[in-house]
Design a protein around this ligand. Structure first.
Ligand SMILES: Cc1cc2nc3c(=O)[nH]c(=O)nc-3n(C[C@H](O)[C@H](O)[C@H](O)COP(=O)(O)O)c2cc1C
Length: 195
């Protein structure tokens, strides 16, 4: 008998969260680390989920981008307060295809696309005005109607999980934890963890 597909279960939970959360049901904490194992974490939006992994988009030259380039492993955690549910996943980070990055970039508002050109994400900024000036310059460069394509330093990654854990709140902290571990043949082994 085939076991539960963790990506189908994730999609069910995400659909519940989309109906219940007050905003950003796809906001997740993403942890990366330097090659010597010093971790860092920040929120990003999970814009893809399914058998190819959990996808997000970002600046490749940001702190996270540089950490991923040097150590392509990550962990994520998503918590839906309204549902009292949490999902965690760990695995390698793989850059998305140019076609996927282009498609997602073009789905963003024009001002967000301009911002992606103007921001040196995670690098020091002397004062806010410098950034606003850069946005104005970038807008002038593209003109009112000009096509704003994806910058070369902007793309996305998929965290391809080898472990996914689903956590549900239980009364008296007797929570329910289901752990899925990917097997060598690609199938998933499901077990429980003490809370
Ligand atoms: C709810 C939320 C969603 C965010 N989504 C993204 C995102 O999808 N991509 C991104 O690059 N930054 C996103 N950010 C900003 C990041 O948290 C972070 O400030 C930025 O990516 C720089 O991180 P780094 O210096 O570790 O690279 C988001 C922040 C919040 C609070």
């Amino acid at each position: 008998m085939p076991g539960t597909d963790p990506f189908a279960l994730f999609a069910e939970w995400m659909a519940l969260a989309e109906a219940e959360e007050i905003n950003d049901p796809d906001a997740m904490a993403l942890a990366t680390a330097t090659p010597d194992g010093r971790p860092s974490v920040r929120m990003v939006l999970m814009r893809r989920h399914g058998p190819e992994g959990f996808g997000f988009f970002t600046n490749l030259e940001s702190r996270k981008g540089q950490e991923i380039a040097a150590n392509p492993h990550g962990a994520l955690c998503i918590h839906w307060k309204s549902l009292r549910k949490q999902v965690r996943a760990e695995g390698p980070l793989v850059q998305v295809s140019d076609a996927d990055a282009d498609a997602y970039f073009q789905s963003r508002s024009r001002n967000s696309r301009i911002g992606a050109w103007a921001s040196d994400q995670s690098r020091p900024l002397d004062r806010r005005e410098t950034f606003l000036d850069r946005i104005a310059e970038t807008k002038a460069r593209f003109g009112e109607e000009g096509e704003v394509g994806r910058p070369p330093h902007w793309s996305g990654f998929r965290l391809v999980p080898d472990r996914i854990e689903f956590w549900e709140d239980g009364e008296f902290r007797l929570h329910h934890r289901r752990l899925f571990v990917r097997q060598a043949d690609g199938s998933w082994n499901e077990g429980l963890l003490y809370p």
